[in-house]
Design a protein around this ligand. Structure first.
Ligand SMILES: C[S@@+](CC[C@H](N)C(=O)[O-])C[C@H]1O[C@@H](n2cnc3c(N)ncnc32)[C@H](O)[C@@H]1O
Length: 390
């Protein structure tokens, strides 16, 4: 643990202690818990989990920064790319999953208003009640005239719609199943209680869904040698099918840190991709301050494409974030720069660098569009990028 790690305030520590006691009680009652279930609990336990409780989370004072939090550029670029799809719909609807602080919703709505391509309804679906309230407040404050188009949902809408679905850094926040390969076979990482009541990591026989997911990886040529550990999302196909089910015509865009499968399970990435963040520090102690640390794992985009295919969606594009920003037209962005004062131009260029440079977010951050129906054909990024890697 870094010595510079700032200690959480006492009220946050009190929540964390309550959450740890809840998890310990579950382990006492039911035996060791798969690490996946521990991650699910520390991220989403009602009122106490990382996303459910009131921590700051986003931005410079939070735990991590996402592309929409940096400024308008990412949301504007995505807005430019979505506009022709919405234009091809009879009654366009835009649905955002996991909208976080509401930053992307504001950028998208602003850009689409400017382009005269506003969706008739903007649907927000987020697991976190706390974040839903923040989204409502931000949109109400920044875009009062557009707020009535925005609706918050508890589940994907039952009625079909045409338009688009956007999920920025949502798949990386789904709790992954965590495995290790031992000499005697596949193991699932799990959490038990030591004699003194502390959490300890153990391993156990993999749950059926994990065993099936590992068999699938091997069938596709992935070698998992002894000593290797990583993560997989067995629930992804069912989750993706459910959230995209109402989209009858248009695109579903998933943007996240991640790789194509062969890069994801590269022999050199032998410790997996699970990572904790607290106030911009990387945390590797799984049991530090349950509920106060953000845990995420990179996304296997080949698995996203497979899940899309199984759900009847066509792969429209797969590219790096740099590809999105450059794909929607550097001329457009440069044109905007021309009309700005020096300070604004400097800020925008700094943001552009952070979003596109390979050492920053440009390469590790990917964007995949899956499509269905006629409106999908209007997605402008077809043919670009890294599809060949999948
Ligand atoms: C890492 S944050 C990203 C927030 C925002 N999209 C951004 O890029 O700044 C993950 C978001 O996904 C939400 N989330 C997690 N699981 C979800 C699910 N199954 N359905 C909808 N939202 C989910 C979280 O509550 C949170 O808002």
């Amino acid at each position: 643990m870094s010595t510079a790690l700032p200690a959480p305030p006492p009220e946050a520590l009190a929540l964390s202690t309550r959450l740890a006691a809840q998890i310990a009680a579950r382990i006492r009652a039911g035996g060791p818990m798969p690490l996946r279930d521990y991650l699910e609990a520390v991220l989403y336990s009602p009122g106490l989990g990382y996303y459910s409780a009131g921590a700051r989370k986003f931005g410079a004072e939070g735990d991590f920064v996402t592309a929409p939090e940096l400024g308008e550029l990412y949301g504007r670029s995505l807005g430019f790319a979505l506009a022709p799809v919405l234009a091809a719909c009879r009654v366009p609807v835009l649905m955002e999953l996991g909208g976080g602080s509401g930053a992307l919703a504001c950028s998208l709505l602003r850009t689409l208003a400017e382009l005269d391509r506003l969706p008739q309804r903007y649907l927000m679906l987020d697991r976190s009640a706390d974040l839903r309230e923040r989204q409502r407040a931000r949109i109400g404050e920044q875009l009062p005239a557009l707020a009535e188009r925005v609706e918050w949902l508890d589940a994907p809408p039952a009625a079909p719609f045409e338009g688009a679905l956007v999920a920025n850094e949502v798949i990386d926040a789904l709790a992954p199943s965590c495995f290790s390969i031992a000499a005697e076979g596949d193991r699932e990482r799990a959490v038990a209680l030591a004699a003194d009541g502390r959490f300890v990591e153990i391993d156990q026989a993999p749950a059926t869904a994990l065993a099936t997911a590992l068999a699938h990886l091997r069938e596709h040529g992935i070698e998992l040698p002894p000593g290797y550990r990583s993560e997989v999302l067995p629930e992804l196909p069912a989750w993706l099918a459910a959230v995209t089910a109402p989209l009858v015509s248009g695109v579903a865009v998933f943007a996240d840190y991640g790789y194509a499968r062969r890069e994801y399970y590269h022999p050199q990435r032998r410790m997996g991709t699970l990572i904790g963040h607290y106030r911009h520090h990387v945390i590797d102690d799984l049991f530090l301050w349950p509920g106060l640390v953000d845990w995420s794992a990179s996304v296997d985009f080949t698995a996203v494409a497979e899940a899309g295919h199984a759900a009847g969606l066509e792969l429209m594009s797969y590219d790096s974030q740099a590809g999105l920003l450059l794909g929607v037209g550097p001329a457009r962005l440069l044109g905007e720069l021309a009309g700005m004062d020096e300070a604004a131009r400097y800020r925008l260029l700094a943001e552009l660098k952070q979003l596109t440079l390979p050492g920053q977010m440009g390469e590790r951050f990917k964007l995949m569009a899956l499509g269905r129906g006629d409106a999908a054909q209007a997605w402008p990024l077809d043919g670009l990028g890294q599809r060949h890697l999948l």
